[in-house]
Design a protein around this ligand. Structure first.
Ligand code: GUN
Length: 283
């Protein structure tokens, strides 16, 4: 069996087209959707992520305001800057790129962002809203994964989803989103004993650990949907996920590639959250 590919690039392109149309409609009303992106320090990966976010915004007509600060910035100065952006009605979304330098408490920084502008969906208010089934901003990566499942018309009700990785920004919110769709969810992590026994029962597997070849063909039930959130490098330095793609594609029913899978969807969902923040502010 050869799995069908879920093309994150193609789906993200459709989502960006929708965001572009909504941006145009807002601009016709004199509203310029604006995302403030804060980068503290010069972490190389963060610089690349931020560049993508700025480019994606510009391509869809959103105004991205990048603010760069030195790694030695004091936490209080960052908090003051966030408070100013919270009060600025011309700014609809605020994103603080993580990780932050060690002198900063990232929880404290994220909690300083007004929940209505927290387009990452990391604030406890948005995380709590997801937990109790209220409206709020959903974190971009798991939301993108859910959109990929929707794109193939996958009926989650009653299905068993195994999510591997319990981070606050992927694993935990992913589990909540799948539960909200009436899937049965097993949330695993790196210390889970006999992971293969659990994944072998799964109809859907979301791998989000950051470990190459975490999921191999013998761990997957024939026909299962495999979503690969991992971002790793192989021995040749090429980007790869947590899934042994070459092996698993012969067993799974559907699979997401790396690159070209979850990555572009994460980026697209940030644009969706930003346009939604703007529309909500304009209501
Ligand atoms: N660092 C790595 N991923 C993310 C993300 O999705 N949002 C933010 N703010 N920082 C990150």
């Amino acid at each position: 069996m050869t799995a069908q590919l879920i093309d994150g690039n193609a789906l993200a392109r459709q989502i960006r087209a929708d965001v572009r149309a909504r941006t145009t409609a807002l601009k016709a009303r004199g509203i310029e959707p604006t995302l403030a992106i804060i980068l503290v320090g010069d972490d190389p990966a963060s610089q690349i992520y931020v560049k993508h976010k700025v480019n994606d915004s510009s391509e869809t007509g959103l105004n991205a305001r990048l603010e760069r600060y030195p790694a030695a910035m004091a936490e209080n100065d960052l908090l003051a800057r966030i408070h100013a952006l919270n009060a600025d009605t011309a700014v609809h979304g605020i994103l603080v790129q993580l990780p932050l330098p060690p002198q900063m408490d990232s929880h404290k920084v994220i909690e300083a962002i007004a929940p209505a502008k927290d387009v990452d969906g990391f604030h406890v208010s948005n995380a709590g809203a997801l937990m109790v089934g209220q409206r709020g901003f959903w974190p971009c990566t798991p939301h993108g994964c859910l959109k990929m499942l929707d794109s193939i018309g996958y009926p989650l009700r009653g299905k068993h989803a195994v999510v591997i990785g319990r981070s606050n920004i992927v694993g935990k919110p992913m589990a909540m989103m799948l539960l909200a769709r009436s899937a049965t969810v097993t949330l695993c992590h790196s210390a889970t004993r006999d992971l293969a026994a659990l994944t072998a029962q799964a109809d859907v597997i979301v791998a989000a650990v950051g470990k190459r070849n975490l999921l191999t063909a013998e761990m997957v039930k024939p026909g299962a949907v495999v979503i690969d959130v991992g971002m790793n490098r192989n021995d040749a330095g090429k980007l790869c996920g947590d899934v042994d793609f070459e092996g698993v594609k012969n067993v799974a029913g559907w699979i997401t590639p790396v690159p070209g899978g979850v990555g572009p969807m994460t980026r697209a969902m940030l644009l969706v959250n930003t346009i939604e923040a703007t529309e909500a502010a304009a209501r």
